[in-house]
Design a protein around this ligand. Structure first.
Ligand SMILES: CC(C)(COP(=O)(O)OP(=O)(O)OC[C@H]1O[C@@H](n2cnc3c(N)ncnc32)[C@H](O)[C@@H]1OP(=O)(O)O)[C@@H](O)C(=O)NCCC(=O)NCCS
Length: 129
């Protein structure tokens, strides 16, 4: 069964972040540490499989560990958390994830150059009403 718990531990969050994101994106750790108590941890039965962070209706991050991807968990979580006018950033080349967000009603508002790092641009997306 899929359950959600409030995060209490920096170590757990960093451990997850390392499993979920490629090095390319995982170096914003100082920023992540500031959000540690905002993270919701996702468990499948007793196994920690992912997390998400929402701040002021901005989806800062969502991730599922590789072994549990492609099983519908991302879709299930997005159905539960997406609200009108919610915003997010996504890497411009991450076509799969962009399509997933579009499926949940997000549209690209603009491109932000060098958002993640030099030459790593992001789309800023917003959930339509
Ligand atoms: C994006 C992410 C959270 C989706 O979670 P998920 O549990 O794999 O999602 P689902 O199983 O519900 O599948 C969602 C869509 O992704 C596609 N998908 C299938 N297998 C996949 C895989 N191995 N990896 C990624 N996406 C996959 C599916 O086709 C599905 O499309 P559909 O809704 O049209 O069927 C997850 O892939 C992930 O953690 N990716 C790495 C981190 C990331 O990029 N996060 C988003 C940017 S912050």
């Amino acid at each position: 069964m899929l359950t959600t718990k409030k995060n209490q531990s920096i170590e757990l969050l960093l451990e997850l972040e390392e499993k979920i994101f490629s090095k390319q994106f995982a170096d914003g750790w100082d920023e992540l540490i500031g959000k540690v108590y905002n993270a919701k941890m996702l468990y499948y039965d007793d196994t920690l499989i992912g997390y998400y962070i929402i701040e002021n209706n901005y989806l800062y991050s969502i991730g599922i560990i590789p072994e549990y991807r492609g099983k519908g968990i991302g879709n299930t979580i997005l159905e539960q958390i997406v609200k009108p006018d919610m915003t997010l950033h996504v890497f411009v080349n991450d076509e799969k994830t962009i399509n997933l967000y579009k499926k949940h009603g997000f549209e690209i508002v603009k491109t932000e150059k060098n958002f993640y790092d030099k030459d790593l641009d992001a789309f800023y997306m917003k959930k339509q009403r």
